[in-house]
Design a binder for this molecule. Sequence first.
Ligand code: CUA
Length: 280
Amino acid sequence: MNAKRFALASLLSAAVVALFADPVAAQSTSADLIGELNIKLLYIALPITLLVEIILIYAVLRFKNNDEPKPTRENRRLEITWTVATAIILLFVGVASYGVMADPAVTFGANGEEVAPNDDDVLVQAEAYQWGWTMTYPEQNITAPAGENGPVITVPEGQDLYVGVTSEDVIHGFHVPDLGLKMDAMPSQVQYLKTTPEETGTYQGYCSEYCGLAHSQMYFTIEVVDQAEYDQWVDEQTAAQSETENGGDGAANGNTTATSNTTADGNMTAAGDETGNATA
Ligand code: CUA
């Protein structure tokens, strides 16, 4: 009984420790919340796993040569103990998870929050299509330029970022693992993500729903820079893109189609690959 009490006590103290666990340094508020919850649940799951495995191995070794097994007698105290312990653990998991799931940085819009209410907030519209992304800044009236791996969204560190995710055709997925962002891109529906990037750097984005031939090439990049650099970037893009618009149809097309050209190449490669495979 003492050993059981000890096990129960260590389980509960692990739960308490997990509640006050140090936050993990992460790249955004969303990634922070998800990473912290993951560690808290790990603090709970590890001792339970160890306890169950140790009891299992002990029982196998201790009773393997038992020729006359006797049925276990009822032990009310033990039954109450494990019922209460399970309830406490599930309550902890429920409360910890709800706190994270209900946060706007993980589930935005559930409580009717406003999109980009402050002047410094950044709003990006991400529209997926087969097979690429059109990323626009409706407030600044600019389109994210194409980079090596799809469009590059530049955002400032420490400001709230809102991304409206939608699709032109089939269901795609907007996914940036290192920033803790994931949202389905649904046709004729805009779903919002909110986060605050906390560390400058380059973050790779992917399409996370299988959407056809060139699904694996639907990349984009999020570039987190400091505020001054971001302001400068907005000025540059505004100047460059209004220049192109004024420069006549040809130039305007050149700029906007840059993104689709990349994807068109992607399509052709993908088609080429398939023909190659089919012939082989
Ligand atoms: Cu778009 Cu997968």
